[in-house]
Ligand binder design. Structure first.
Ligand code: ASP
Length: 440
C-alpha cells in the first residue's frame, strides 16, 4: 500500500505496515463475531456497547463524508475537461443504458427467486394498530429533471446534492476544455493551469482518502458489531428466509450478470473482486453508496485502471441512480409482503413491480435505509398500500426490523454495479489502462 510506505518505525508501525485489506477483513469478521456474541449474551449489554462504540463508527462515516463532495467536484471537473464533449455524450448514453438494463435484470432475479423460495408463505401476518407508516408519493418526471440543474451550485456543493454537482461540474469541465483551445494564447494558458489545478486537487483528495482508509479497520469493526448486536438475532427467526433470498439474489446478480458482462469484455470476475474489495466492504458497513464514493473512485482509477474522464462521471452518477442491490431487495420484499399477508402477487402485479422497482431504485438516494422508503411506493403501485394498522403494514414493519442487515448487502452490490459499468465502458472505449488492471 503506498500510504504505508512513508510511515516511520513507531509504536504503531506494526499496524501501518501490515496489509490494509487484511486488517479491514479482520475488522469485518471480528465485528460480526463480537456483535453476534453480545446480542446473544445480553440485549442490555449489546445496547450499552452500541451506545458507547457508536462514536468510533461515526468517526469513520464523517471522515468519508468530509471528502465526498471535494473528490467528486475536483475529479469530475478535471475529468470532463480532459474529454471531448461528444465523447462524453457517447459514454453517458452507454453508461445510462447499462445502469437501466442491469437494474431491470436485478428486479427480475429478485422476483424469480422469491417465486421459488416463497419467503413469508403461511405467515398470516395480522394487522397491528401500532404500525406507523407514512407513504411518500413519487415526484413528477419534470420535477426530477429540473432538480438536476442547480439554481446555486455553491448551495448544491454545500448540501452535497450529487446530481446538481455532476451537472455543474460537467458544464465547468467542458467549458475549461473549450477555453483551453481559445485563440488568445494567454487565456488558453490560464485554462490549462486551471485544468491542472483541478487534476492536482483531485489527486490531493485521493491522498486524504488513502489516509482515511487507515482508520477503516476500526470503523468497520465498530459499525458491523453494532448492526449484529442490535439485529443479528432478529434475522435468524422467521425472517431468515427473506434475508437468505435477498442475499442469494445479490450473489446471483454478482456472478451471473456482472461476471457475464466482465467476461464479454475479457475481464475476469476474480480479478475484479480483488480490486473491488475495499469499496465493497466500505459500502457494506456504511450502508451508503454516496458515502463510499471516495473509496469507489480511488479503487476504480488506481486499481482497475479506469480513466478519470469516465470514472469521475460514471461513479457519482451510479452512486445516485444505479442501485441493483436495492432493485433485488424491492422485488423480494414486495413478494414477501404478498406471501405474508396471504395475497401472493399475481403475474400482472409482478410485471408492474419490474417497472416500478426499476424506477424506484433509480430514485433511491445513496444513503442508509433509503430503499425501504421506496418499497412503500412499489407496494402502492400494485394496489397494496401500506396503511397503518393493516396486515400489509405489519409485514412491512417486519422487514424494517432487519433493514440494516439487508441494506448492507444491497448497498455493497449497488456500488459494485457502478464499478462494473465503469470498467466495461472504459474497456469498450479502449481507455482502460490494461497494465493497471493486470497488476496484482
Ligand atoms: N443504502 C443504499 C445505498 O446507499 C440505498 C438503499 O437503501 O437501498 O446504496
Amino acid at each position: 500500500m503506498s500510504a504505508d510506505a512513508g510511515v516511520k518505525k513507531g509504536f504503531m508501525s506494526w499496524y501501518f505496515q501490515s496489509n490494509l485489506l487484511i486488517r479491514i477483513l479482520i475488522g469485518l469478521v471480528l465485528g460480526a463475531v463480537v456483535g453476534i456474541a453480545l446480542g446473544a449474551a445480553d440485549p442490555a449489554l449489546a445496547k450499552g456497547f452500541s451506545n458507547n462504540a457508536r462514536f468510533f463508527g461515526d468517526l469513520f462515516i464523517r471522515l468519508l463524508k468530509m471528502i465526498m463532495v471535494p473528490v467528486v467536484f475536483f475529479s469530475l471537473v478535471g475529468g470532463a475537461a480532459s474529454i471531448a464533449p461528444s465523447h462524453l455524450g457517447r459514454v453517458g448514453v452507454k453508461i445510462l443504458a447499462f445502469y437501466l438494463i442491469t437494474s431491470a435484470v436485478a428486479v427480475l432475479i429478485g422476483l424469480i427467486l422469491a417465486n421459488f423460495i416463497q419467503p413469508g408463505l403461511n405467515f398470516n401476518v395480522a394487522g397491528d394498530p401500532a404500525a406507523q407508516v407514512t407513504v411518500r408519493t413519487a415526484p413528477s418526471l419534470g420535477a426530477v429533471i429540473l432538480a438536476i440543474i442547480p439554481t446555486n451550485p455553491v448551495e448544491s456543493l454545500a448540501k452535497g446534492d450529487v446530481l446538481p454537482i455532476i451537472f455543474f461540474s460537467i458544464c465547468f469541465g467542458v467549458a475549461i476544455s473549450l477555453v483551453k483551445d481559445a485563440t488568445n494564447a494567454k487565456t488558453a494558458q490560464a485554462a490549462e493551469v486551471l485544468f491542472e489545478t483541478f487534476t492536482a486537487a483531485a489527486d490531493t483528495m485521493y491522498k486524504i482518502v488513502a489516509g482515511v482508509m487507515q482508520y477503516a479497520p476500526v470503523g468497520v469493526f465498530v459499525l458491523i458489531a453494532i448492526v449484529f448486536a442490535e439485529q443479528g438475532s432478529k434475522a435468524i427467526g422467521p425472517l431468515l428466509l427473506v434475508t437468505l433470498t435477498v442475499y442469494i439474489g445479490l450473489t446471483i446478480h454478482l456472478v451471473v450478470c456482472y461476471g457475464g458482462c466482465l467476461g464479454v469484455f475479457g475481464l475476469g470476475l476474480g480479478a475484479f473482486l480483488r480490486k473491488a474489495t475495499q469499496p465493497m466492504i466500505t459500502a457494506f458497513v456504511t450502508r451508503s453508496s454516496s458515502g463510499t464514493l471516495p473509496i469507489t473512485l480511488r479503487a476504480t482509477e488506481e486499481r482497475m485502471g479506469a480513466p478519470r474522464s469516465i470514472a469521475s462521471f460514471s461513479l457519482p452518477l451510479g452512486a445516485t441512480i444505479n442501485m441493483d442491490g436495492t432493485a433485488i431487495y424491492l422485488g423480494v420484499c414486495a413478494m414477501f409482503i404478498g406471501y405474508a399477508t396471504n395475497a401472493p402477487l399475481t403475474l400482472a402485479q409482478q410485471a408492474i413491480v419490474v417497472v416500478t422497482a426499476t424506477l424506484a431504485s433509480i430514485g433511491t438516494a445513496g444513503v442508509p435505509g433509503a430503499g425501504a422508503i421506496m418499497l412503500l411506493m412499489v407496494m402502492e403501485s400494485i394496489g397494496m398500500e401500506v396503511q397503518a394498522g393493516t396486515a400489509i403494514a405489519a409485514a412491512y414493519a417486519m422487514i424494517l426490523g432487519i433493514d440494516a442487515l439487508l441494506d448492507m448487502g444491497r448497498t455493497s452490490l449497488n456500488v459494485t454495479g457502478d464499478m462494473v459499468g465503469t470498467v466495461i465502458i472504459a474497456k469498450q472505449e479502449k481507455t482502460l489502462d490494461q497494465a493497471v488492471w493486470d497488476a496484482k
